[in-house]
Design a protein around this ligand. Structure first.
Ligand code: CA
Length: 407
């Protein structure tokens, strides 16, 4: 019996031809040669080699060491290239050319798929913001007065974004609890995660020219899972009045795979009802396409699921975040990354951080390998997700994993 083709996928494979996320890989034989890949089931297609083998005009975009040229090429090119890739992996006549260019996933090394330009992190979950407000400001309003009028965000550190699988060194820093007479220095004792979704910009914009809500798809190439590692003790002491700094900037992990927006057309959902009138540049009530994404996230600690945050509950959409971050005329560059903020649902088992899951350490999680308030050295966190796809299928998102090592 002939060996089964790697293109013969099991029924319902979440990485089937309806998905086709992009990544960058190297092989053991050529560890210095980064290549653009497309995931098909349990394999990576060498996209540049496939373009050459089939005489495709897209070889100039695909035979590259990073996704940046394709991301910069714009929405029409994204659609055309995706259409071509779909044909390459589904039309039987292409199999003799395509099959030799498929590498098993466990035989390759994955890298950051694009050069990150600027990095912005938002705070878009009402449940998360409310929980954090209750924990840190128990006597005040849970939400700040601006929260329902604009998507709150801050500029993060692009240079410390790392690809899934990279170890994360426990940061040291300055902290001061109310009981301490003076600040102390040492390894963070409250190392945490934030389960988030990151959107990456393809098409740049001109400085001085805001990007409207309706132009979201013209600029945003795709999305990935992201883990915003956070040292709560460092953060709590330093953040007044300018916001997060060293408690966040030591490392941010992002998935190795970028899911194109087109693969998520069946996952678009309306965001929660807004309870305040929005200024016109943020008002999406009349938009033709719903602004939310129905992504079902799962957070695991050392292989045990500890939370399942629903991205569909996010109050602010990615299109509103993009409109807000450019409304002052700030321009976009190819590779700009903006993350959603911690995704937390209404229920306890839907919270996307240990800060919330353990209520700042006062309610430890009981796990098979012991209790946890925050992360211990050796702990590994993995985020996975899926979304509804066309015709009852599921679209898998690439995982983001990271292990804590002692500082
Ligand atoms: Ca965050």
């Amino acid at each position: 019996m002939p060996e089964q083709s790697p293109l013969e996928l099991a029924e319902g494979d979440p990485f089937g031809p309806h998905n086709l996320p992009y990544g960058v890989f190297t092989t053991a034989g050529e560890p210095e040669r980064r290549r653009l890949g497309v995931r098909v089931g349990g394999h990576v297609l060498d996209a540049g080699a496939a373009a050459h083998a089939l005489g495709s005009p897209y070889a100039a975009l695909l035979d590259r060491p990073s996704l940046n040229p394709l991301m910069a090429a714009g929405r029409t090119a994204w659609r055309d290239v995706r259409r071509a890739l779909t044909a390459w992996v589904t039309v039987p006549a292409h199999r003799p050319d395509i099959e030799p260019l498929l590498h098993p996933l466990d035989s390759v090394t994955l890298h950051l798929p694009y050069e990150v330009a600027d990095y912005v992190d938002f705070y878009a979950s009402e449940h998360h913001a409310t929980n954090v407000g209750r924990i840190f400001r128990p006597d005040g309003d849970a939400l700040t007065p601006n929260w329902k009028h604009l998507p709150i965000g801050y500029h993060g550190r692009a240079g410390t974004i790392v690809v899934s699988g990279t170890d994360v060194t426990r940061p040291s820093g300055q902290r001061k609890s109310p009981a301490d007479p003076a600040p102390v220095f040492g390894p963070s004792g409250k190392l945490d995660i934030e389960a988030e979704v990151a959107f990456v910009v393809g098409t740049p914009s001109r400085q001085g020219s805001p990007v409207e809500l309706a132009s979201f798809r013209d600029h945003v190439f795709g999305l990935s899972l992201l883990n915003d590692w956070s040292a709560r003790d460092i953060q709590a002491w330093e953040y007044v009045p300018l916001g997060p700094f060293l408690g966040k900037s030591f490392a941010t992990s992002v998935a190795a795979w970028v899911t194109p927006l087109e693969a998520l057309d069946a996952a678009r959902v309306a965001p929660p009802a807004r309870t305040d009138d929005l200024l016109p540049y943020l008002d999406d009530a009349q938009d033709e396409e719903p602004g939310g994404f129905d992504l079902r996230i799962s957070v695991s600690l050392n292989g045990h699921v500890i939370s399942e945050p629903p991205f569909s509950t996010m109050y602010w959409t990615a299109a509103q975040q993009l409109a807000h971050m450019t409304v002052n005329g700030a321009s976009l560059r190819t590779g700009d990354l903006f993350a959603s903020g911690t995704v937390s649902g209404a229920r306890r088992e839907e919270r996307g951080s240990f800060l919330e899951l353990t209520w700042n350490g006062t309610e430890p999680l009981e796990l098979p390998d012991g209790k946890r308030t925050f992360l211990e050295d050796g702990d590994e966190i993995t985020l996975t997700a899926w979304a509804p796809g066309p015709d009852g299928t599921r679209v898998g998102l690439g995982e983001v994993a990271g292990r804590i090592v002692a500082g």
